[in-house]
Write a protein that binds this ligand. Structure first.
Ligand code: HEC
Length: 117
């Protein structure tokens, strides 16, 4: 009985070592999925409507399409990182910044190359 525990312990340890040494680097680049327009469009629909979504009645620069979001991504990131009291802050008239994890979606989209899919 004791032998089985020792064996199990060694096996777990070995798995742990293998994982650490061989897949640390690979998992960073390969396992993390890219953030694309489809991710960003969800966040925009949730936070930038109705103003930037023409189908919702918005009459500001449309961000319901990939081309505009890609072209303006630097502007977008700049504005959502301003403080609510700064001129140009987005989302317009909100008194709080977007949550960090939402801002991170825009940033990662840019970092990943502003891909459509
Ligand atoms: C309540 C309406 C409203 C919401 C919500 C809103 N905006 Fe805006 N947005 C505006 C208005 C009004 C302007 C034009 C005035 C200005 O440039 O500050 C504008 C302008 C912009 C511009 C500049 C566009 C240009 O032509 O240079 C960007 C970029 C922008 N918004 C991004 C965003 C993002 C990203 C969100 C969501 C996180 C958002 N906005 C949410 C009203 C809104």
């Amino acid at each position: 009985m004791k032998k089985i525990y020792v064996f199990a312990g060694v096996a777990v340890l070995a798995m742990g070592l293998t994982y650490c040494s061989s897949s640390k680097k690979a998992s960073k680049t390969a396992a993390v999925p890219k953030t694309t327009y489809s991710n960003v469009s969800t966040v925009i629909a949730g936070n930038c409507a109705p103003c930037h979504i023409p189908s919702k009645g918005g009459n500001k620069k449309p961000y319901d399409n990939y081309a505009n979001v890609k072209a303006d991504i630097d502007k977008v990131i700049h504005r959502i990182e301003l403080n609510p009291t700064d001129k140009g802050f987005m989302p317009f008239k909100k008194t709080e910044k977007l949550p960090p994890d939402v801002i991170a979606v825009f940033k990662k989209f840019k970092e990943d190359g502003a891909l459509e899919n």
